[in-house]
Write a protein that binds this ligand. Structure first.
Ligand code: CUO
Length: 684
């Protein structure tokens, strides 16, 4: 029987023919001759034995009759694949179905080997990833990081060239890491470029790609899409990205991002990605400053959408929000209520196939990505493909991503602002009060956080095709912070043991003009840092929690998942933990950069009554440690409150400042984030 782990080798060297050697142990698939493509079939002997004696492992591939692949093959091998294009989604859906429906791992392996050299490599990677994440017989597999398979989507093309040279000329043991320059996409003439370290961070982009992989918006098997509160999670994860981005803007003396709320306005910001697509062998197109959107009419992509369509969808969405209900396809009213309204809107605005009515409310957010990504060639006159906004692995690089998503968030907030405010009673936890909170780095001053730069090396060799084997490392600079610990003093006067859900957020203290923020502004800038359950014994309790335990983040090693090293022992509980997914905000980006002189922030901690919040379910054997933005695989979102609680709604009347919002089970403290402009090398 085929070993499911071998399927992962099919991700290696995505544009090389399938019979070429794979993996760190030289492994080849014994491909039936009839599976080879026309170029290689006549010389099968020659090509299949090209690695010769060095082969350490041969994987037999059964010759089965292959399902009809015409639809997946209708996308060219060297075209750019994008999930935002309906045509490509249909094609992907078909391939996912084929992979999902194979009866056994053996058959899946055969069809995947056959398909690999015939379908578009990015489409192949996506469809196989979705299938491996969702098939019951391929659970526990650890998908390779997308940045290692397609490094061209994450790093400068000049670096790629240097890495090729290094792998070609130098033996594996003597290769040096190639440094990705810190400032390669623009100069300081562009103020937006100050945010390069956020927008172009490998971990941030990997998180976003992974999130969309775990929460696809379309699949013919509805259960793949229909996950617990996925619409709400779409809203919340992206809302948090904007909140984080704005804190980074404050860390660079820039004002909050302005939403792209008039689709006919020119987009002030330009973006020149300086990346080449490995699959298309073309540069990712840039967008010049002041580019305007145009109606799209791209025959080959089956795209014919007008800006007017987007505006109509937007108006209908606003109308639904103001009326408090949406109309489903049968004309029934579906209430946008406190419990499920945001989830409905999330699916409707994104949109996913769970949208109550795609004819009426359209496909606003996805089309925004598409319009922006084709702004340079809306009619395909120049045969150009989409820009970085057209793909989830690259979209966050572009400043316009944040403008678009701020706008999308504004629509969600329109709904949230119409919900009743949480009352004192709802917010309070009778008998439980916080008497003090503090945050400190090891041996550091209380309530002072420190950030700096770090250089880390990531092995990119899986994605380097047609080159000698062996590791080849990219060295990149990223933000980092000193780890810290929260100390929370909580009194439990109830006389019995209770449980609290500890919710930790942070937001800038002042606005861009240096004025203390109003609660209604500040709540939108609250960054979730952590959420966890704590047992509260009668009397005083001291809770300590480390920043590395955050429910928002995953550790560096998991973001970059080096599958060969750092792997927990097979079968151990740690391995099960390791296996879930690379979804999770990268821990190195937990804390905003801050300013050299310190960025004043306010830390907020609330202990809510866990009895009201708890979801009873078993979490054993599933990675659930980055649940805040990613949920828990095959489980319910582990919090009964709305995502972003208690800041997801406007404060009750009379509360204009955060300090007036506090009930006894909440506390705030001023925190300063100081940035030290120094670079340390990560010790691997
Ligand atoms: Cu994640 Cu617009 O949804 O990028």
């Amino acid at each position: 029987m085929a070993d499911k782990k071998n399927l992962l080798l099919l991700f290696d060297h995505p544009t090389e023919p399938v019979f070429m050697d794979k993996g760190k142990r030289v492994t080849v698939f014994d491909v039936p001759d009839s599976f080879l493509t026309d170029r290689y079939r006549p010389i099968s002997n020659e090509v299949q034995n090209r690695v010769g004696d060095t082969v350490e492992q041969r994987i037999p591939v059964r010759d089965i009759s292959i399902p009809d692949l015409r639809i997946p093959m209708s996308l060219g091998r060297d075209e750019q694949f994008s999930l935002f294009l309906p045509k490509h989604r249909r094609i992907a859906g078909r391939l996912i179905d084929i992979f999902m429906n194979m009866r056994s791992v053996d058959d899946l392996q055969s069809v995947a080997v056959y398909a690999r050299d015939r379908v578009n490599p990015v489409l192949f990677n996506y469809a196989l990833s979705v299938a491996l994440l969702h098939r019951p017989d391929t659970q526990g597999l650890d998908l390779p990081s997308f940045s290692q398979t397609f490094p061209d989507r994450f790093i400068d093309s000049q670096v790629i060239r240097k890495m090729r040279e290094e792998s070609f000329v130098v033996q594996p043991g003597s290769r040096m890491p190639i440094t990705i320059p810190r400032d390669y996409t623009a100069s300081d003439l562009d103020p937006e470029h100050r945010l390069w370290y956020f927008r172009e961070d490998l971990g941030v982009n990997l998180h976003h790609w992974h999130w969309h992989l775990v929460y696809p918006f379309e699949a013919s098997d509805r259960s793949i899409v229909n996950k617990d509160r996925r619409g709400e999670l779409f809203y919340y994860m992206h809302q948090q990205v904007i909140a984080r981005y704005n804190a980074e803007r404050f860390s660079n003396n820039l004002a909050r991002v302005l939403p792209f709320n008039n689709l006919r306005d020119p987009i002030a910001e330009g973006y020149f990605p300086k990346m080449d697509s490995l699959v298309a062998s073309r540069a990712w197109p840039p967008r010049f400053e002041g580019t305007k959107l145009s109606d799209l009419n791209r025959e080959a992509d089956q795209l014919n959408v007008e800006i007017g369509d987007l505006e109509r969808w937007r108006d209908r969405i606003y109308e639904a929000i103001h009326q408090g209900f949406v109309l489903d396809e049968q004309g029934n009213r579906v209430a946008l209520d406190e419990a499920t309204g945001i989830d409905t809107l999330g699916n409707m605005i994104e949109s996913s196939i769970l949208s109550p009515n795609r004819v009426l409310y359209g496909d606003l957010h996805n089309n925004g990505h598409t319009f922006i990504s084709y702004a340079h060639d809306p009619t395909s006159k120049h045969l150009e493909s989409f820009g970085v906004m057209g793909d989830v692995s690259t979209a966050m690089r572009d400043p316009v991503f944040y403008k678009w998503h701020s706008y999308i968030d504004r629509i969600f907030q329109e709904h949230k602002s119409r919900l009743p405010a949480y009352t004192d009673t709802q917010l309070n936890y009778t008998g439980v009060s916080i008497t003090g909170i503090q945050v400190a780095t090891n041996g550091g001053q209380p309530n002072m956080l420190t950030t700096f730069w770090q250089q880390s090396d990531v092995d990119m060799s899986r994605g380097f095709d047609f080159l000698p084997r062996g590791n080849v490392f990219a060295r990149f600079s990223h933000l980092q912070h000193l780890p810290f610990t929260y100390t929370i003093n909580v009194n439990n006067d109830s006389g019995v043991q209770r449980f609290g859900y500890v919710r930790i957020f942070m937001a800038p203290k002042n606005d861009e003009r240096g004025q203390p923020m109003l609660m209604r502004d500040q709540r939108g800038m609250m960054i979730e840092l952590d959420k966890f359950v704590a047992a509260l014994n009668p009397g005083p309790n001291t809770i300590r929690r480390r920043s590395t335990e955050s429910s928002v983040t995953i550790p560096f090693e998991r973001t970059f998942r080096n599958l060969d090293a750092n792997r927990p022992t097979a079968g151990s509980p740690e391995e099960l933990e390791f296996n879930f997914c690379g979804c999770g905000w990268p821990n190195h980006m937990l804390v905003p950069k801050g300013l050299p002189e310190g960025l004043p922030m306010v830390l907020f901690i609330m202990v809510s009554n866990y009895e009201n919040d708890r979801i009873d379910q078993q979490l054993v054997g599933r990675c659930s440690d980055a649940a805040s933005y990613c949920g828990v695989r095959d489980r319910l979102y582990p919090d009964r409150q709305s995502m972003g609680y208690p800041f997801d709604r406007l404060p009750r009347t009379g509360v204009d400042r955060l300090v007036n919002f506090l009930t006894p089970n909440m506390s705030i403290v001023d925190v300063n984030i100081r940035h030290e402009n120094r670079t340390v090398q990560r010790q691997n």
